[in-house]
Design a protein around this ligand. Structure first.
Ligand code: NAP
Length: 251
């Protein structure tokens, strides 16, 4: 989607933007005029290269390292973004990991790790920007949930819990922050061609295609462009929504 310069003057922080959906989202937001902070955990070179490419295209962009599950690191990250780009007006809580396994065999560590990166990370980042957004009486928060959070999935009790939790977080924050001019929404992608799904065996991908009315996985930019729309003034009356981007998989 071409949002033109609809995000001119905005400062976006995209968590987990070194790869996949986050990377595509940072590019879409920058393309619409926002200054973009590209958060990453370990892929420093990829994030730096991404920032350089956006700057070359005329955007303002910086890479920012932080484990979103760590409150001190999140605090330091937000301060750095404020100093270098300005107060965060768009937050995309995208960082996430998978540690799949059947319930009976899943370790508590694997349960906690998935909840931490996705749900705790979104809570901490949202909390860190919320005061300033409420004071400004404007701001947008978008959480990247999943069709799995809506439907559940065998072998993913940790991931489904984190992604369902994000839906609760989204709706609660929408109620709490709406009166202060801050919109909060979620997207629920189906399967997207990223590193997260690259390791799936071909038979599994075939099964996914079969179960998906549109008959294919999504490209990362197909999620990014919906996120950019939700962040834009064109979505000014949308809050508390969970938008499926799943080719019909979740029908
Ligand atoms: P991906 O390619 O595996 O990338 C994950 C990103 O998250 C990376 O940038 C990674 O940083 C970052 N990250 C992980 N843990 C982090 C932490 N603790 N702190 C900061 N950053 C962290 O994933 P993706 O497929 O693009 O998925 C992005 C989001 O969409 C996830 O929340 C995922 O659950 C959700 N989603 C994906 C699909 C799909 O089919 N791919 C479907 C529905 C929803 P490093 O590069 O530094 O490790």
């Amino acid at each position: 989607m071409n949002n033109g310069a609809s995000l001119d003057g905005q400062v976006a922080l995209v968590t987990g933007a070194s790869r996949g959906i986050g990377r595509a989202t940072a590019a879409s937001l920058a393309g619409a005029g926002a200054a973009v902070a590209i958060n990453y955990l370990a892929s420093g070179e990829a994030a730096a290269e991404m920032a350089r490419a956006l700057v070359q295209d005329g955007a303002r962009a910086i890479p920012v390292q932080a484990d979103v599950a760590d409150p001190d690191q999140v605090g330091a990250m937000i301060r750095r973004v404020e100093e270098e780009l300005g107060p965060v007006s768009i937050l995309i809580n995208n960082a996430g990991v998978t540690r799949d396994g059947l319930l009976a065999r899943m370790s508590a560590e694997d349960f906690d790790a998935v909840i931490a990166a996705s749900l705790r990370g979104a809570f901490l980042c949202s909390k860190a920007v919320s005061r300033q957004m409420m004071k400004a009486r404007s701001g947008v928060i978008i959480n990247v949930s999943s069709v799995i959070g809506r439907r559940g999935n065998a072998g993913q009790v940790n991931y489904a819990s984190a992604k369902a939790g994000l839906i609760g977080l989204t709706k609660s924050m929408a109620r709490e922050l709406g009166p202060r001019g801050v919109r909060v929404n979620a997207v629920a992608p189906g399967y997207v061609e990223t590193d997260m799904t690259a390791a799936f065996p071909e038979e599994m991908k075939e099964q996914i295609r079969k179960n998906t009315p549109l008959g294919r996985l999504a490209a990362p930019n197909e999620v990014a462009e919906v996120i950019a729309f939700l962040a834009s003034p064109a979505a000014g009356y949308i809050t508390g929504a969970v938008i499926p981007i799943d080719g019909g998989l979740g029908i």
